[in-house]
Design a protein around this ligand. Structure first.
Ligand code: NAD
Ligand code: UDP
Length: 319
């Protein structure tokens, strides 16, 4: 059935792919974004479509819209982006969620929250299951993001219990792919840019910390499955369970770019999680999903995309 769908953060890396999929499925899509960490060019190709609409708006402020579904994707996701204005980051998660939950309540719309593996903080349990309650430093430099997303989950569940709002919560693990911001400061973008330029690859710490990297197509597919699953609110972990050290990622990137770059160590940022890998058993059972694109293939697509862009077209976050 054709739905009226609001995607907040719809011009961002994941949001723009989601908009693309929803538009091609024939839905009536409203993309709402303040372009804090994204470019209008991410959705420029959708602008002429009769079932696509772009609104410049900040979700910390109320807005009146009539919709059937809401994907709440708006929030800076990279540490360098969310630490740029930490108070704004918390407001986006908390006030933004309240505003979007208000629309969902009034319209009877289903609403999905893009939560994060960061709700687990620097986890003592490995791999991370949804039942794990996490280990977040509430006063650290990552807290504006981690705690903001934790409060957002609380708000979603309280609107669900108190007001019967139809909610969905996905906990997204590290995701990469074409259209990621090349200067977001995250590891995949940094390593590809550095390797392509022949610059030193900056390993923070000794590179033994791990992450599990999911390609964006796998991720967008499961987000849509979760939205359209009728009997399950989540939270559910979504990500690729194959775990790599940061040093392995650097070596892979050098190999795939035929680069002569050298690895150099620099200080590890505060509160940097040591290990991260999703347990995706729940997503397998409830959503019949597991990722299909492994790191080598996904990195190749991403490197190919980096070859096509002009880095000068990308700007840092703007307040
Ligand atoms: P992104 O930065 O590319 O996209 C976020 C979008 O939200 C941007 O277009 C930005 O301009 C917009 N935005 C930020 N604050 C806003 C505000 N106050 N009002 C309106 N728009 C605002 O990041 P992404 O990687 O596409 O992440 C999308 C969502 O998924 C985020 O909520 C993020 O926390 C979550 N997530 C992403 C990852 C990942 O690895 N990419 C991991 C976990 C969770
Ligand atoms: N990292 C790194 N070099 C970089 C950027 C990041 O070694 O140039 C490390 C970072 O310290 C962390 C991991 O890579 O351990 C993933 O960092 P990212 O910022 O991509 O995402 P996070 O999962 O920490 O939010």
């Amino acid at each position: 059935m054709i739905q009226r769908i609001l995607v907040t953060g719809g011009a961002g890396f994941l949001g723009s792919h989601l908009c693309e999929r929803l538009v091609s499925d024939g839905h009536d899509v409203i993309c709402l974004d303040n372009f804090f960490t994204s470019q209008k060019t991410n959705v420029a190709h959708l602008l002429g479509k009769p079932n696509f609409e772009l609104i410049r708006h900040d979700i910390t402020l109320p807005i009146h819209l009539e919709v059937d579904q809401i994907y709440n994707m708006a929030c800076p996701a990279a540490p360098g982006h969310y630490q740029f204005n930490p108070i704004k980051t918390i407001k986006t998660s908390v006030m933004g969620s309240i505003n979007m939950l208000g629309i969902a309540k009034r319209c009877g719309a289903r609403i999905l929250q893009a939560s994060t593996s960061e709700v687990y903080g620097d986890p003592e349990q490995h791999p991370q299951k949804e039942s794990y309650r996490g280990s977040v430093n509430p006063i650290g430099i990552r807290a504006c993001y981690d705690e903001g997303k934790r409060v957002a989950e609380t708000l979603f569940m309280d609107y669900h219990r108190s007001n019967n709002v139809d909610v969905r919560i996905v906990r997204i693990f590290n995701t990469y792919g074409p259209r990621m911001h090349p200067f977001d400061g995250r590891v995949v973008a940094n390593f590809i840019r550095q390797a392509m330029a022949g610059d030193d690859i900056t390993i923070y710490g000794d590179g033994s910390q791990t992450r599990s990297f999911c390609y964006r197509d796998d991720l967008v597919e499961v987000i849509m499955r979760m939205m359209n699953c009728d009997d399950f609110t989540g939270p559910v972990n979504i990500g690729n369970p194959h775990e790599f050290t940061i040093r392995q990622l650097a070596e892979k990137t050098i190999e795939l770019t035929n680069s002569s770059s050298k690895l150099v160590e620099s200080p590890l940022p505060a509160d940097d999680p040591t290990r991260r890998r999703p347990d995706i058993s729940l997503a397998k059972v409830k959503l019949d999903w597991e990722p299909k694109i492994e790191l080598d293939e996904g990195l190749k697509h991403t490197i190919d995309w980096f070859k096509t862009i002009n880095l000068a077209d990308y700007r840092p976050p703007t307040p």
